[in-house]
Design a protein around this ligand. Structure first.
Ligand SMILES: Nc1ncnc2c1ncn2[C@@H]1O[C@H](COP(=O)(O)OP(=O)(O)OP(=O)(O)O)[C@@H](O)[C@H]1O
Ligand SMILES: O=P(O)(O)OC[C@H]1O[C@H](OP(=O)(O)OP(=O)(O)O)[C@H](O)[C@@H]1O
Ligand SMILES: [Mg+2]
Length: 285
């Protein structure tokens, strides 16, 4: 049977969440440790474990049909490859940083300066917009150490919490781009595999929507139900069921994860009690 080939990062920041996403889509992968290739037992899919940085080329060559990859890597070396889904994890930014003690006023300060980075194209393209020319020093890892050992005047690297910059006595001076894990597709995908991709995307969307929402249940006296319903942002209309105790109802609805906290005080003030917030596994609208 024909199978779609998906590239997943072999090890690193994307690996675990990528495999969890496939699992949440109901896809079981036999995961022998140190295997470079694995097949799903209940979906026409084959996983290839690859380096994140190598994936754009594999997509271009059609070695894989789709991939879960850091968006920043596509910006660096895969501008020709399309993104079909934003996956909401491995969120970070790519930034410029200089030693804390350096007085930084604008990007012009970096004209001709040595910039250590693993993302040369990103730096060059960003600097071009300001007519500034950097002196790029390509480094593959531990970029943040470069200024401290006299290898560079500034760095461009991934920042998330900022703790690596802090530990290395650096300060972030320009946020160049933001990134998250994305589902990317090969320009050469066959129509057969495109059909499998459509099925996979349908599942992914259901999982991602579920992750963004919560199922909320609460009890309230019947005469308060109307005012409570007005407060609830629901999918269509909340469900109202009678409780065994006369004069009381149970109200059920789906709300966006964060919006729940915005209305909880008002719900309580309007007589809601026994509130339960339950995760949603999948959601199809
Ligand atoms: N600290 C971080 N917080 C959130 N996301 C991050 C962080 N560091 C990296 N990422 C994201 O995860 C991706 C993979 O990062 P990771 O450091 O695991 O591998 P890599 O060195 O880029 O790739 P390779 O697999 O080629 O070794 C990055 O491209 C970026 O999108
Ligand atoms: O702002 P922070 O939360 O400190 O995260 C940023 C750091 O995370 C990444 O490195 P990673 O830990 O993936 O190590 P690596 O150099 O082995 O890729 C990135 O290259 C930064 O160094
Ligand atoms: Mg890294």
């Amino acid at each position: 049977m024909n199978k779609i080939k998906i590239a997943v990062q072999k090890s690193g920041r994307l690996n675990e969440d990528s495999l969890q996403l496939l699992k949440d889509c109901g896809i079981s992968i036999d995961n022998g440790k140190d295997q470079l290739k694995a097949s799903a037992s209940n979906f026409p899919l084959e996983v290839l474990y690859l380096r994140n940085g190598d994936i754009p080329q594999y997509l271009r060559d059609g070695v894989v049909d789709i991939a879960i990859i850091g968006e920043n890597v596509l910006i660096e070396k895969g501008e020709d490859i399309s993104i079909v889904e934003r996956l909401g994890f491995s969120k970070c930014r790519v930034s410029l940083a200089v030693p804390k003690e350096v007085k930084y006023t604008s990007i012009k300060d970096l004209d001709g300066m040595r910039i250590a980075t693993s993302y040369p194209n990103t730096v060059i393209n960003y600097f071009k917009k300001f007519n500034v020319t950097p002196d790029i020093h390509l480094i593959n890892g531990s970029v943040e150490i470069a200024p401290n050992i006299g290898l560079a005047d500034a760095i461009c690297d991934i920042v998330s919490s900022g703790s690596t910059l802090f530990k290395n006595n650096l300060k972030e001076v320009e946020k160049m781009l933001t990134s998250e894990a994305v589902l990317a597709v090969s320009p050469n995908i066959s129509s057969e595999n495109q059909k499998i991709l459509d099925k996979l995307q349908f599942r992914i969307q259901a999982v991602l929507k579920g992750r963004k929402s919560k199922y909320v249940l609460m009890n309230a006296p019947n005469n308060k139900v109307e005012s409570i319903i007005k407060l609830l942002p629901g999918m269509r209309s909340p469900t109202v069921l009678p409780l065994a105790e006369p004069g009381w109802s149970s109200i059920h609805t789906v709300v966006e994860k964060n919006s729940f906290w915005e209305v909880i005080d008002e719900l309580k003030a309007n007589g809601a009690e026994g509130l339960l917030v339950v995760p949603i596994e999948k959601m199809v609208l």
